[in-house]
Design a protein. Structure first.
Length: 274
């Protein structure tokens, strides 16, 4: 007696490239609406923290640091503060914030029940976290402009171009953090990511001391990092010395943002599709 054999179930294959649609903007808009309800508390720290760092380190520690007759330490420190706090905003929102939205609140699954796909969810999260980096940069740039009459920090209207640079850098770090969320087995894993990855990037950015004084190997690593590139670009924008080398750095950051976004979308899709 012959037995009836059923065909083996076909394994669902995932597309090789991200399939992002206009619905990613709806995910961005959802996060924006939540932010607008809490904006008073969300914008307090971006004003307070850079002021404390600029005045505490720039003026306090800066009185013991000699960078030459043409610049003060607070002027050297300002571009680093501008980029570092923008990075933190992007990382916090797309790591801990994204993890809670995914695991605790079930928002990703709820969104995926609409015409939006998981790829749209990931892309919308990246775009929104980059927007948080932008809002942080706006707040810090206002602080720098307020301190400029006393300390000569902003010396060129090109400083306004630091805002799109912040958004581009935010894309890099939001995608990097979301990639970590996609592989995180638990919430505590994000602490390892922050301490092992983000903190070294923070110190290697050239925001607190000139990179030329570091060993050659560390310099090579530092110049491959988006935060270092953004800090160098912003320093030249604030001083009005933007050049061709900065255009190369912007192109490199754009390539890194594209690669990291591709990785984040692919990893998050694999995590969410069971």
């Amino acid at each position: 007696m012959s037995s009836l054999s059923l065909p083996a179930p076909r394994r669902r294959t995932l597309p090789a490239r991200p399939m992002v649609s206009r619905h990613a903007f709806n995910v961005w808009r959802r996060n924006r609406d939540v932010f607008l309800k809490l904006w008073k508390t969300e914008l307090v720290l971006p004003f307070i923290e850079p002021i404390l760092v600029l005045l505490g380190l720039g003026l306090g520690l800066g009185s013991f640091i000699d960078l030459g007759a043409h610049t003060s330490y607070i002027r050297f420190l300002a571009p680093g503060v501008l980029t570092q706090w923008a990075m933190f905003q992007a990382v916090f929102d797309s790591s801990w914030g994204a993890y809670f939205r995914m695991e605790n609140h079930g928002i990703y699954t709820a969104i995926a029940s609409t015409p939006a796909s998981f790829d749209d969810v990931a892309a919308g999260e990246i775009l929104w976290a980059a927007t948080r980096a932008l809002t942080s940069s706006v707040a810090i740039l206002i602080v720098l402009l307020a301190l400029t009459p006393a300390y000569g920090i902003v010396r060129s209207p090109l400083a306004l171009l630091a805002l799109p640079v912040a958004y581009l850098m935010g894309l890099c770090f939001s995608a990097l953090a979301l990639s970590c969320v996609a592989i995180a087995p638990s919430l505590s894993f994000l602490g390892y990511f922050f301490n092992i990855v983000i903190i070294p990037i923070f110190w290697l950015s050239g925001g607190f001391f000139p990179l030329e004084r570091m060993p050659a190997v560390l310099q090579a690593i530092a110049w491959a990092l988006p935060l270092t590139l953004a800090t160098s670009i912003d320093r030249h924008l604030l001083n009005g010395t933007f050049g061709l080398n900065d255009l190369w750095h912007i192109g490199l950051m754009a390539a890194e943002a594209l690669a990291l976004a591709w990785l984040a979308i692919a990893l998050l899709r694999r995590r969410l599709i069971k």
